[in-house]
Design a protein around this ligand. Structure first.
Ligand SMILES: Nc1nc2c(c(=O)[nH]1)N[C@H]1C(S)=C(S)[C@@H](COP(=O)(O)O)O[C@H]1N2
Ligand SMILES: [Mo]
Length: 436
């Protein structure tokens, strides 16, 4: 009987979460008596902090599937076991636990393509990049020339997809349903885009860039870009915006944009054009595919979640919002009975800002423990965090983790400012942990 009831609540959570919540919590929204036993059965253990479990909020173990047997996994030479989001175009997300390295290895870097992957050039050093448009002297430079003519710099830089966190939006939005794992923090070597633009000589009419790469459009139409985004000239001229040709001391892996790509840290990853062939300096905002409408744009004034909107009043996303990951413990892990503390580890970042604090809670947000947050290796690198939380007994816990940026903005309880393509969702994360 008990078994049957447990199973039915679990199924109910999957099929009709609102009713399941009502059954488990009752009308008062506080877990007591039979409801407490039922919920404990559903999550598979006693819930030591049941008293602070918020009614109306799905337990994390039901809200988000733990890495299940049927989660599609990327199997590719040179790549780790990433979560396959799609094969055509190829998109794959890094599980948070694979982001435990301070510097993301090439193998564990998420993959985001809008089109195909171009052919590998015979001579990468001879790969040419054109700088033209609103410049005094249009340039055509090989990768070899870039490296010999300009100062070469090495920086750890965050590269985060503009749609990272999209899966946290309700109603669901279109696009890859990323969790928090469309982020990397590689060590990139290259030249500053600004040095190259200065060498070409910006005209006073230069207000924006437009970026082109060699990847073919999925339609197979020759010359049609799969994506060609651009940015305001200030970001193009910012110190950390690079034309990179090495990742972690090695030539960039082909899938990640070799022989040369832009790395535009802190802003949507789509501005980090791979297989870079051209930077077109514009006298107005760029208008290539991936610009305008609802693409990489968010509402200035909130719109009704789920409503349609052509994005006419939206603005381009710029600096990415604050976010944290937990890399030490997978959501849904089980730890040995008697475990009385957790040593947590993770990373946090905040676009152009830095991270001021990371807090974790194991009692559904009733109390929060401040973690230790390391300084970034350099501007635009993510920050690693560590800290310990105590567990009073065996049972079902949720580790809630949230970061606060240098301006005091904190990850919110829900993905906010809903928009048709799901950009900017950075709610507090919850990892379910079973002890015993
Ligand atoms: N040429 C080209 N560059 C591109 C893309 C693309 O589809 N084609 N995708 C962009 C997007 S949306 C992201 S998030 C990053 C991802 O970089 P990665 O695949 O190296 O992780 O590349 C960007 N650069
Ligand atoms: Mo992206």
């Amino acid at each position: 009987m008990a078994r049957k009831l447990e199973r039915s609540v679990q199924e109910l959570y999957r099929d009709d979460p609102e009713r399941a919540d009502a059954v488990a919590f009752g009308r008062r929204g506080v877990l007591k008596g039979a409801a407490l036993a039922t919920m404990g059965g559903a999550v598979g253990a006693a819930i030591p902090f049941a008293g602070s479990m918020p009614g109306g909020t799905l337990p994390a173990i039901f809200a988000r599937p733990a890495a299940a047997q049927d989660t599609p996994v990327l199997r590719m030479e040179g790549k780790g076991p990433l979560i396959l989001q799609g094969e055509r175009p190829l998109n794959a997300e890094t599980p948070e636990t694979l982001l435990d390295e301070p510097v993301t290895s090439a193998a564990n870097m998420f993959v985001r393509n809008n089109g195909g992957v171009p052919e590998v050039p015979a001579d990468p050093r001879a790969w040419k990049i054109t700088i033209d448009g609103e410049v005094n002297t249009p340039l055509e430079l090989t990768v070899g020339e870039l490296e010999s003519r300009f100062e070469v710099v090495t920086r750890q830089l965050q590269l985060e997809c503009g749609g990272n966190g999209r899966s946290f939006y309700a109603p669901q939005t279109r696009g890859n349903q990323w969790g928090n794992g469309a982020i990397s923090n590689g060590e990139w070597t290259g030249v500053r885009l600004r040095d190259v633009l200065r060498a070409a000589g910006l005209k006073s009419s230069a207000v924006a860039t437009g970026h082109y790469g060699a990847d073919p459009h999925l339609s197979g139409e020759p010359g049609r870009p799969s994506i060609a985004r651009g940015m305001v000239i200030d970001k193009a001229m910012a110190e950390d915006t690079l034309i990179a040709f090495r990742l972690n001391g090695q030539p960039i892996p082909h899938l990640h944009g070799a022989p040369a790509r832009l790395v535009t840290p802190g802003w949507p990853g789509s501005l980090s054009q791979k297989w870079l062939t051209r930077v077109w300096v514009r006298d107005k905002p760029h208008d290539g595919p991936g610009m305008g409408g609802t693409s990489y744009r968010v509402p200035v004034r909130p719109i009704v979640p789920g409503s349609s909107n052509n994005g006419a009043d939206f603005v381009d996303m710029t600096s990415m919002p604050v976010r944290s990951i937990l890399s030490s413990h997978a959501h849904g892990s089980r730890l040995p009975a008697g475990t009385r503390s957790l040593d947590l580890r993770g990373a946090a970042w905040a676009g152009d800002q830095t991270v001021r604090a990371v807090h974790a809670s194991v009692d559904f947000g009733a109390t929060w423990t401040e973690m230790q947050v390391a300084a970034p290796a350099n501007a635009h690198a993510w920050q690693r965090w560590t800290g310990r939380v105590a567990l009073p007994s065996d049972g079902y816990y949720e580790v809630w983790y949230r970061a606060t940026d240098s301006e005091g903005r904190m990850q919110p309880h829900q993905a906010a400012n809903w928009n048709p393509q799901g950009y900017g969702g950075n709610p507090i994360s919850r990892a379910a942990i079973l002890v015993g």
